[in-house]
Design a protein around this ligand. Structure first.
Ligand SMILES: *Cc1c(COP(=O)(O)O)cnc(C)c1O
Length: 459
């Protein structure tokens, strides 16, 4: 279905004239023009020039069951015909939001049984900040307000969620972070590991958290928040013991453990949630993206019994919510999406079959002269491009080589994302081994072309 039969350059012109994109240098985009995406099926998206691109990013880390699943569009239509909208503010509820909450309580980490909805990951992390501060207020610990997060964390783009995030460039715009948000070293061994072994580095990264807790004072710390595997920060895989030690610290100092499951949730690690993969029991989780496989906007926050009991029994009214909290249409789509994930055993297949294959094939690139490290877990991969492998020397300025490589990928009908000078993959969970082979082939070409360009750049 096309809205009209405009051609590519007409779409690009109107796009430049009237549309401001997220995270975009507008002048730069207007020089090249947008790639206009018109349709998609399975793991491939099609642009307005009829190129079929292998989407190794699942849209934006979100199209978990792949494109073109009619079951989801049919459920959305049925729900729209039956009840397109109703709110849940004034002692009303809609059936999909109620049913989804029951289903989520079965699959989310142990102890998490209450759910509050929004429409984006950013919103849910804002909800998290308000709810956590409210929790400590109710308990009479009114100084427990500060959040500890990590450098390179991504938690969204609103004022509070960007403050939770650890992206320097974002903090540089809009006077962020807000007061009450601090950041520590992430568990990024390749970049920050120096001469330590991985387990020494793990202890170091955890000790940095403890140092920060003591610097600010445990009585002033509300929560620690982290993505199980940092996604937009560059697919940062923590050392095996990291999350266990963080959980211990949180217990020791009476700090809530908050886990942002926006990318890891709904199967990406080969478990339903990243918290289950790392065997931790968070007090609060947030989720979005994969819950509807991106077909409609929906997010939420899942709250443990221990926290929700306090909020419910002693909190009175929680003055917070969104017009679209528990919107019936995305909730109905989420129920269908979760049914498909379960019945087609998609997450088991990721764990036992597809993820090991993707990781094994991508690891082959560690032989490439440009590649410092290939790291990954589940269906997340990061390929670190470096100037000098032996000395782990990164490119300066950061980001240039990554963008060159991304453009070569795109010209080879392969969608990957560059983060600094790393190349990221986060494909649909339904990707086949045949498509992984195609990805390897195309990425290999893109890397070789990038290496040629780099040789021209640096003498
Ligand atoms: C994408 C993302 C968010 C923000 O979600 P939006 O829907 O873009 O607001 C938050 N946390 C993580 C880990 C994400 O990847």
């Amino acid at each position: 279905m096309h809205l009209s039969n405009r051609n590519t350059s007409q779409w690009q012109k109107i796009d430049s004239d009237h549309h401001l994109h997220p995270f975009t240098d507008y002048k730069d985009l207007n020089n090249t023009g947008s790639k206009i995406i018109v349709s998609a099926k399975g793991t491939y998206v099609t642009d307005s020039e009829n190129n079929k691109l292998l989407d190794m990013m699942a849209g934006l880390w979100c199209v978990n069951i792949g494109y073109g699943r009619k079951e989801l569009s049919e459920v959305a239509k049925q729900q729209m015909d039956l009840l397109p909208y109703y709110n849940s503010f004034f002692k009303t509820a809609t059936t999909p939001s109620v049913e989804l909450s029951r289903i989520l309580s079965d699959i989310t980490p142990k102890g998490i049984n209450k759910f509050f909805y929004g429409s984006s990951g950013s919103e849910s992390n804002d909800t998290l900040v308000r709810l956590v501060r409210r929790y400590w207020d109710i308990l009479g610990k009114k100084n427990k307000k500060t959040f500890i997060s990590r450098t390179y964390a991504y938690h969204g783009s609103t004022m509070a969620s960007a403050s939770l995030g650890g992206m320097q460039a974002m903090h540089g715009q809009g006077d962020l972070p807000l007061p009450g948000f601090v950041h520590v070293t992430p568990p990024y061994y390749y970049k920050f590991g120096k001469n330590m072994s991985e387990s020494e580095f793990c202890n170091y990264a955890v000790s940095e958290v403890e140092k920060k807790i003591n610097e600010i004072g445990p009585d002033n710390i509300a929560a620690f928040i982290g993505e199980p595997i940092q996604g937009a920060g560059g697919v940062i895989i923590p050392p095996p013991n990291y999350w266990q030690l963080i959980q211990k610290l949180c217990k020791k100092y009476e700090i809530l453990l908050c886990v942002d499951e926006v990318i890891c949730g709904f199967g990406r690690t080969g478990e339903w949630f990243g918290s289950q993969f790392y065997n931790i029991e968070p007090d609060i989780i947030t989720f979005a993206k994969g819950i509807t496989s991106g077909y409609l906007p929906l997010s939420g926050i899942g709250i443990s019994d221990q926290v929700s009991n306090i909020i419910i029994d002693r909190g009175g009214e929680f003055y917070h919510g969104y017009t679209y909290s528990g919107h019936p249409v995305p909730c109905a789509v989420a129920i269908e999406n979760i049914r498909i994930l379960k019945e087609e055993k998609i997450i088991e297949n990721v764990k036992n079959n597809i993820a090991p294959y993707l990781q094994k094939r991508m690891k082959e690139f560690e032989n490439h002269p440009l590649v410092g490290e290939v790291r990954g877990q589940g269906l997340l991969v990061g390929v670190e491009l470096v100037k000098n492998k032996k000395q782990k020397e990164f490119f300066e300025p950061t980001g240039k080589v990554g963008n060159i490589c991304r453009d070569h990928c795109m010209n080879n009908n392969l969608i990957m994302r560059a983060v600094r000078d790393g190349m990221m993959c986060s494909p649909p969970l339904t990707i086949t081994k045949e498509d992984i082979d195609i990805c390897i082939d195309r990425f290999s070409k893109a890397l070789d072309l990038t290496a040629k360009d780099v040789n021209k750049l640096t003498i």
